[in-house]
Design a protein. Structure first.
Lengths: 144, 144
DNA sequence: ATCTATTCGGATATTTTTGTCCTATTTGTT
DNA sequence: AACAAATAGGACAAAAATATCCGAATAGAT
């Protein structure tokens, strides 16, 4: 569904959010360990998220990654996915046609419509806070 | 959403079905042209579908690909997707966890559940015939 | 029998995604 | 000022997906 990069990006964002609630910055190393991802690759993805203004980074000693505590609940999953994978997942044609819309649909266009709309709606209405709270309360997990 | 291979596989199957209704075999060349796909790559995918018993091939002059006319309505999209991409799309975890289920869910498990279930349902309840008829009647298209 | 049109299948090439390595830069601490 | 702990970013490597090439096998037509 999502690229590996996107999976890592989402998980990393959740972990950063979790710590930002307690005003703790987290290092790349800690993130990679927590979400079970390759460190250097994760670094690239985090850079991407920083460039997109979704997370913030602080260089140097005692540096790391963080998210503005008061922004966490307004960051939508769709923003993260969009920053990393683009919008193809809920905009592109299911069969890869260049132009696929109501007027010139691919054979599965209508069938896919509801699935993609639901996905889009879910991504646009799920925020980082909800996800972080599920980790905090122990009902959801970031690895294994 | 799907791999390129899977997109080609679905489109090719539809085109073959369409012709099989008129008892016409179609060649690899004709298929690739019709669905706008690279010929040799498409050949590999068709071989895959043949091995999975979804389509049939006939070698030699006047050979080509076909689908048993009376099987077309019973071939589900899920069979094609499964043969090419496997079942990861509606079985695997949205965030790539090795184990992700009700007891040990990833943070987006519940949110994804309905999307994946709807996708699964759609794939398992959409058959080749419906799709082929939409092409035949001109309401849907295989390229551009 | 030979020719031709076709799929089959192995080897290879290209592109994209994923992953690694190393150096530069920044910033707090001593 | 020097050191240590971080992120930034460029170059490279490996793996996977996508794509190409070519000879072998098959089967109908002449």
């Amino acid at each position: 569904m999502f690229s590996k990069a996107c999976e890592y990006g989402i998980k990393a964002s959740i972990f950063i959010a979790l710590n930002s609630y307690e005003s703790k910055r987290v290092s790349l190393k800690a993130i990679a360990k927590e979400i079970n991802s390759p460190e250097a690759f994760t670094a690239k993805i985090l850079q991407d998220l920083v460039r997109n203004g979704i997370i913030k980074s602080v260089k140097g000693a005692y540096g790391g990654f963080e998210i503005d505590k008061y922004a966490i609940s307004s960051i939508k999953l769709s923003q993260i996915v969009n920053a990393i994978d683009g919008d193809n997942i809920y905009k592109g044609c299911g069969l890869g046609l260049n132009t696929c819309d109501e007027n010139h649909p691919c054979p599965v266009h209508d069938k896919f419509k509801s699935v993609r709309d639901e996905l889009k709606h879910m991504l646009e209405h799920t925020n980082l806070e909800e996800l972080a709270l599920d980790i905090k309360s122990g009902v959801a997990f970031l690895k294994t």
